[in-house]
Design a protein around this ligand. Structure first.
Ligand code: KIV
Length: 260
């Protein structure tokens, strides 16, 4: 392990003191760049299905693909924690969840993440009992997009939704999850969940400013997937456009007739 590798306990101790920036990483150069910038929490998210592999949603991502990308990120030896998403249907039972979480750890993950609350609690408890740090994911669950009619809907808008988020977060925290992504949760409810959790870090995405940390799909931050950017993400670089410009410039140069 890298000597100055951040531990789960060190990261968790930042709750209430320092906001945590987190970003997705999918390959070696991106992981190295994020490490050089000092990002303390990385995630090899199954968003790689869309922004790297060209699938329409995350439900197509396989364990083998997750392992492949985790190995590439781990080769950068970042100081920040490396997370690995358990892909769709890879944690249907506690036994399957533990076996696949172990595979992600063997590929380089320091922690694993899975989507859901009370309905996956036996899987979460089994993963934690196997000694693998766990990060939850509540709110809008991309792996359930097909069940939601293909729409990425905001969560916590009604009282039942609010109560479910608070109860699911409490259950994950009691089980021992060190962190939980809150995706597309209404900002007041995300604030309430964050205040309710004494230990578990809330990492927001499109859920307002009052979480313990914020995560973005790095491609959205740097404009590397210019065909779609979610409403809440503001690109701070235009790498897609820059690539188009550089390629066009170089092609024009190659096509110039050689001077005789
Ligand atoms: O897959 C992913 O990149 C994620 C983040 C959006 C949190 O789950």
């Amino acid at each position: 392990m890298t000597a100055d590798k951040i531990s789960v306990a060190q990261l968790a101790a930042r709750k209430g003191r320092e906001r945590i920036p987190a970003l997705t990483a999918y390959d070696y150069p991106l992981a190295r760049l994020l490490d050089e910038a000092g990002v303390p929490l990385l995630l090899v998210g199954d968003s790689l299905g869309m922004v790297v592999l060209g699938y329409p949603d995350t439900t197509h991502v396989t364990m083998a693909e997750m392992e492949h990308h985790l190995r590439a990120v781990a080769r950068a030896k970042p100081r920040g924690l490396i997370g690995g998403d358990l892909p769709y249907r890879s944690y249907d039972t506690p036994e399957l969840a533990v076996a696949n979480a172990r595979r992600l750890v063997a590929a380089g993950a320091d922690y694993v993440k899975a989507e859901g609350g009370a309905e996956i609690l036996p899987q979460v408890c089994a993963i934690l009992a196997a000694g693998i740090p766990f990060c939850g994911h509540l709110g809008m669950l991309p792996q359930h997009v097909l069940e939601e009619g293909g729409k990425y809907r905001i969560k916590g808008r009604d009282e039942a939704g609010r109560q479910k988020l608070l109860a699911d977060a409490a259950a994950l925290e009691a089980a021992g999850a060190f962190a939980c992504v809150l995706e597309l949760v209404t900002p007041p409810v995300a604030r309430e969940v964050t205040a309710q959790c004494a230990r578990m870090l809330t990492i927001g995405i499109g859920s307002g400013p009052d979480c313990d940390g914020q995560i973005l799909v790095t491609s959205d931050l740097i404009g590397a997937f210019p065909w779609f950017t979610p409403k809440f993400a503001v690109p701070r670089a235009k790498t897609g456009e820059e690539t188009r410009r550089a390629v066009a410039e170089w092609m024009a140069e190659v096509r110039q007739p050689a001077a005789s």
